[in-house]
Design a protein around this ligand. Structure first.
Ligand SMILES: O=C(O)CCC(=O)C(=O)O
Length: 262
């Protein structure tokens, strides 16, 4: 779907106010089903090898390979998503993360948290600089671990936001999602993962976009050189700071990547 400029402006205004927007039925379900099929193999392998980052009991953070179905410009260069990202986080953003969060049965409530500190301590919060674009690889219901978030805390001082949340002044909202829905959020908003009480994993993809000048040393995407060569100009530009690799582990540096690695 392509939104009009007016619709995109409305989404951007909602984002500024709430810290998130939900685009209903935005990505093709058959595309996401192919992601799910490929992800299930990765999940099984990573769980067996004990090779996930654990984000709470039975809750796994797993990066996706930038290859095959996952290196899909229709997803990470989606013009509507990028138009909203640019409206709220400035032109010429950087893509820096392609990963998944998956609670399994036995997962619990996470502590309410932000995903990044403020840019400047003790100052009123700045405009957005780090966004997560989330989309599930299944329907997300009350039973299988809906993401819960506060609204509006992305632009509050972190301590004030936590105090207001603990005082019961700012509620959490569960965000049910259908396969195909896309959430764009400012990662400073207070939020938490919730328990998956079903036997089916609940994978949620996270694509990270940052302001053009913002570098996140804790995440990166290894971009195979042959995959990179086949990408269009917009995709190459988004990935300009990501390392290009000839094979797993062989890093040859993306444009200007090394200059930030201090
Ligand atoms: O997967 C989720 O629902 C939330 C995960 C999360 O917020 C985190 O791990 O930081």
């Amino acid at each position: 779907m392509r939104y009009s400029n007016e619709q995109l402006d409305t989404y951007a205004r909602t984002f500024e106010h709430d810290g998130m927007v939900l685009l209903k039925q935005h990505f093709q379900k058959d595309t996401l089903s192919a992601w799910r099929q490929a992800f299930d193999g990765i999940l099984a392998h990573k769980l067996q090898a004990n090779a996930t980052a654990v984000r709470g009991a039975n809750r796994h953070y797993i990066t996706l390979p930038f290859a095959g179905v996952f290196a899909d410009e229709r997803i990470f260069c989606d013009p509507d998503v990028l138009a909203i990202v640019e409206r709220v986080a400035g032109e010429d953003p950087v893509m820096c993360q392609l990963a998944t969060d998956t609670p399994l049965r036995g997962s619990t409530y996470q502590d309410v948290h932000r995903d990044t500190p403020a840019l400047f301590d003790n100052l009123a919060e700045t405009p957005s600089f780090q966004l997560a674009v989330n989309f599930p690889l299944c329907d997300v219901t009350a039973d299988n671990g809906p993401f819960e978030t506060t609204l509006g805390t992305h632009r509050m001082n972190a301590a004030d936001a936590m105090q207001a949340y603990l005082a019961g002044e700012i509620p959490l909202h569960a965000i049910p999602m259908e396969l195909g829905d896309v959430m764009i959020r400012d990662v400073r908003a207070l939020h938490r993962g919730t328990p998956n009480n079903t036997d089916a994993p609940r994978p949620m993809v996270v694509i990270g976009y940052s302001r053009s000048w913002y570098f996140r040393p804790e995440v990166h995407i290894d971009v195979p050189r042959d995959v990179y060569e086949r990408l269009g100009p917009r995709a190459k530009r988004l990935l300009r700071y990501m390392p290009q690799v000839d094979d797993a582990g062989a890093v040859h540096g993306g444009e200007s990547y090394l200059k930030f690695a201090y």
